[in-house]
Design a protein around this ligand. Structure first.
Ligand code: NDP
Ligand code: 2IT
Length: 446
């Protein structure tokens, strides 16, 4: 390891003990940025990276709620307001039993770079709770969301901090939280994104992360004069991002072989066509069932407790969660001929897996670039709310496609290797950093 990175990381680990995912996210960025900062000493003297690794504010609170049996339940609530140099804090809310401060700090840190890459004026934040929506009734989810928002509402606002969805937070949860915010403040504002389209939501926001991840894969393929047509694709997850990545990749001529959830994956060699996908959307979004039911319904194999990375494919789209591709799985993917990885999830590849992708020079698009389409359309939702109007589907999709192309260009500008290949990790880290760093320089030691 570069001794300068080692020294920087020793400081990060001492200040943030036990926050493994946060260390991982900062380390990956530091490896790209520390050499860049050495060449640009203005950032070094102002300790920009050191400041970026310290949240501007963290709010931690109790979320009491009453379940259907009348029993009091207690969860933890968090909002990490990481950086507001280029705009109000912006980023999703995650409801999942694994949520802790370290995970939210990693997500908020990544969000700062991602939001900067979109070119829209958004700072970075992330929030959530260890609440598990699985197995809860709609009424219990509503009770929880109302209690969560009762405290969160003191800290957010359309000019301050604008949350959205993430794992476990979709249209239903955004609706309950928006309703409670509106009731408490007596204000109808664009305080959350991912709203229903009848009440201020943007068309294409539900699709945006998955579509954007596929558009990014398309842009990477184009650098080799290639396209998605005829390619085989493995996808992990079966939630919001996985569903729309499947939809767009299929539309562009690829064959989707797998989907998964936390219990296992299904392998459908014939491909998950639009009709099967429609069935999955109903299963996951309305009935809230398990992906194993797909195997029963369509007579394909289900691999319990396994992840889909041993399946031979051209393209992998990890769309479930962090650290879902190990070093061994990365090697298996590449050895089986996979030459494109576009990350719909945040930090789905372990540090060792990233190392494999970079060493083997495949087209590897890290999450902060490849999944930025979601927050980009959130930014477009904020613009539409501020203008009190809404754009057509085609208009939003055009803007999304352009933003993904621009992010890809930025990655090339900052990440081109001497041999002509592109290191998208370096490109997205430096490309996301510069705008935030220059804003921080201009604003002084705040
Ligand atoms: P959803 O809640 O809609 O779906 C999550 C999916 O991932 C489910 O299939 C879930 O399975 C699976 N999953 C979640 N946690 C785990 C785990 N620990 N192990 C294995 N599988 C797991 O979330 P999204 O689709 O919104 O989010 C997926 C990823 O995309 C996350 O990394 C998120 O941060 C990222 N992302 C999301 C954006 C958005 O706009 N929604 C924007 C950018 C990134 P199960 O049902 O069994 O839990
Ligand atoms: O990780 C992410 O970028 C998101 N969950 C979406 C954030 C947003 O504000 O739309």
């Amino acid at each position: 390891m570069d001794p300068r990175v080692e020294k920087f990381m020793a400081g990060i680990m001492a200040r943030n003990p036990g926050e493994r995912e946060f260390h991982q996210a900062v380390h990956e960025v530091a490896e790209s940025l520390i050499p860049f900062i050495e060449e640009n000493p203005k950032y070094k003297h102002a300790k920009i990276l050191e400041r970026m690794a310290e949240p501007e504010r963290v709010v931690l609170f109790r979320v009491p709620w009453i379940d259907d049996k009348g029993e009091i339940q207690i969860n933890k609530g968090y909002r990490v307001e990481m950086n507001s140099a280029i705009g109000p804090y912006k980023g999703g809310i995650r409801f999942h039993p694994t949520v802790n401060l370290g995970i939210l700090k990693f997500l908020a840190f990544e969000q700062v770079f991602k939001n900067s890459l979109t070119t829209l004026p958004m700072g970075g934040g992330k929030g959530g709770s260890d609440f598990d929506p699985k197995g809860k009734t709609d009424n219990e989810v509503m009770k929880f969301c109302q209690s969560f928002m009762t405290e969160l509402s003191r800290h957010i606002g359309p000019e301050t901090d604008i949350p959205a969805g993430d794992i476990g937070v979709g249209g239903r949860e955004i609706g309950y939280m928006f309703g409670q915010y509106k009731r408490l403040r007596n204000e109808f504002t664009g305080v959350l994104t991912g709203k229903g389209r009848e009440w201020g939501g943007s068309l294409i926001r539900p699709e945006a992360t998955g579509y954007g991840c596929v558009y990014f894969a398309q842009a990477m393929l184009l650098t080799r004069g290639d396209s998605l047509a005829g390619k085989t694709v493995t996808v992990s997850g079966s939630g919001n991002v996985a569903q729309y990545a499947t939809e767009k990749a299929t539309e562009l001529g690829a064959r989707i072989l797998t989907l998964s959830d936390s219990a296992g994956y299904i392998y459908d060699p014939a491909g998950i066509d639009p009709e099967k996908l429609k069935w999955i959307m109903e299963l996951k979004n309305i009935k809230r069932g398990r992906i194993s039911e797909y195997a029963e319904k369509f007579g394909v194999e289900y691999y319990q407790g396994k992840r889909p990375w041993s399946v031979k494919c051209d393209i992998a789209l990890p769309c479930a969660t962090e650290n879902e591709i190990s070093k061994e799985e990365a090697e298996a993917l590449v050895n089986n001929g996979c030459f494109v990885v576009s990350e719909g999830a945040n930090m789905p590849s372990t540090a060792e897996a990233v190392e494999v992708f970079l060493r083997r020079k495949i087209l590897y698009g890290p999450g902060k670039a490849a999944n930025a389409g979601g927050v980009a359309v959130s930014g477009l939702e904020m613009t539409q709310n501020a203008m009190r109007m809404s754009w057509h589907r085609e208009e939003v999709d055009q803007k999304l496609q352009q933003i993904m192309k621009d992010i890809h260009e930025t990655c090339i500008r900052f990440g081109r290797n001497e041999d002509g290949s592109v290191n998208y990790v370096k490109g997205s880290n430096i490309g996301g950093f510069v705008k935030v760093a220059d804003a921080m320089l201009a604003q002084g030691a705040v």
